[in-house]
Design a protein around this ligand. Structure first.
Ligand code: FAD
Ligand code: FES
Ligand code: MG
Length: 282
């Protein structure tokens, strides 16, 4: 059993949960994830290890309550317990000092991006971070990302924060600037966003890494649920990834697989009315 030490709401439907998991906190590297099972019989849910404190023995998860299982997980209050937290899983991010790096995050992808930005900054990279969301309510981790970034840019679809539009706008401007153009780009977010970023950087051959979020079940390379097409090869994101060369990923195939179970998922959907959400709404 893993104790939930704190649970706070950062943005609409987005919770930050700190969990006691000393072994994982010591072993984890940037880019890795855990598979969480709230209780026996519940779904296994892959979640990026957003941060860790080895001295305190804690890991931090940023969880978007999007469906039946994530809603139940974020409903666990401080002092409550999660039955299984398996990990760290997946390959760690390949971190080096590229010089200038652009880190692009969309929606909850920003939470997955956060540990990468931290590791890239520690390796001495000069980082331009660009994060986007539908409106200011979906912009997360700005306070945490700003001190790690040389430039920190926000885009919103409705213009309520930063510049109006998509993250690809400022990224295209950056790529066109020979003085500021990045040597590597990291992008995490909705599949269409990652595909658009890959298409932008492809002509210049800029190394571009995306973190993929296919449906995962066991997380150990056994079930094949998380298979993705990368170049001519079939890869299992849980053991071969979750990060891959963006220029080789079959994003259309990934979209097809991610939407395969929409009808079944809808059956478990219920309004998000956990106690914390009700308190915030008051
Ligand atoms: P459902 O209504 O069942 O599904 C909603 C959508 O989530 C589906 O359409 C599908 O696209 C996806 N999904 C459903 N089941 C799974 C599954 N078993 N595995 C993967 N995706 C699924 N979300 C976060 O909020 N924070 C994170 O840090 C985070 N990190 C992730 C890291 C990895 C490596 C992966 C693969 C996914 C990550 N996700 C993260 C996504 C998260 O796992 C899904 O949102 C969650 O599984 C949805 O479950 P649900 O039952 O609440 O929603
Ligand atoms: Fe089963 Fe990756 S989740 S092989
Ligand atoms: Mg589900």
């Amino acid at each position: 059993m893993f104790e939930v030490l704190s649970n706070e709401i950062l943005a609409e439907n987005l919770h930050k949960m700190v969990i006691s998991a000393p072994r994982i906190a010591r072993a984890r590297k940037a880019g890795q994830f855990v598979i969480v099972r709230l209780a026996q019989g519940e779904e296994r849910i892959p979640l990026t290890i957003g941060d860790a404190d080895p001295a305190a023995g804690t890991i931090t998860l940023f969880i978007q309550a999007i469906g039946g299982s994530t809603r139940k997980i974020v409903d666990t209050e401080a002092g409550g317990f999660i039955r299984d937290v398996a990990g760290p899983l997946g390959k760690e991010t390949h971190i080096t000092n590229w010089g200038r790096v652009a880190c692009v995050g969309g929606g909850v992808g920003t939470a997955v991006l956060f540990p990468l930005v931290k590791a890239l900054a520690e390796a001495g990279n000069e980082i331009t971070t660009i994060i986007g969301g539908r409106s200011s309510r979906y912009i997360i981790l700005a306070d945490e990302l700003t001190p790690l970034s040389k430039d920190f840019l926000v885009t919103t679809e409705d213009g309520s924060m930063g510049s109006k539009g998509f993250v690809t706008g400022p990224l295209a401007a950056l790529l066109a600037d020979p003085e500021r153009g990045p040597q590597a780009v990291f992008a995490v977010g909705p599949v269409p966003m990652m595909k658009a970023v890959a298409n932008l950087t492809r002509p210049q051959g800029i190394e571009t890494v995306v973190s993929l979020n296919p449906i995962m079940i066991d997380g150990t390379g056994m079930c094949g649920g998380c298979r993705v097409q990368v170049g001519k090869e079939t890869k299992f994101a849980c053991v071969d990834g979750p990060e891959f060369d963006a220029h080789l990923v079959d994003f259309d195939g990934l979209t097809d697989r991610l939407t395969s179970y929409r009808d079944e998922e809808a059956l478990r959907h219920a309004p998000h009315d956990c106690k914390l959400a009700k308190e915030v709404a008051k």
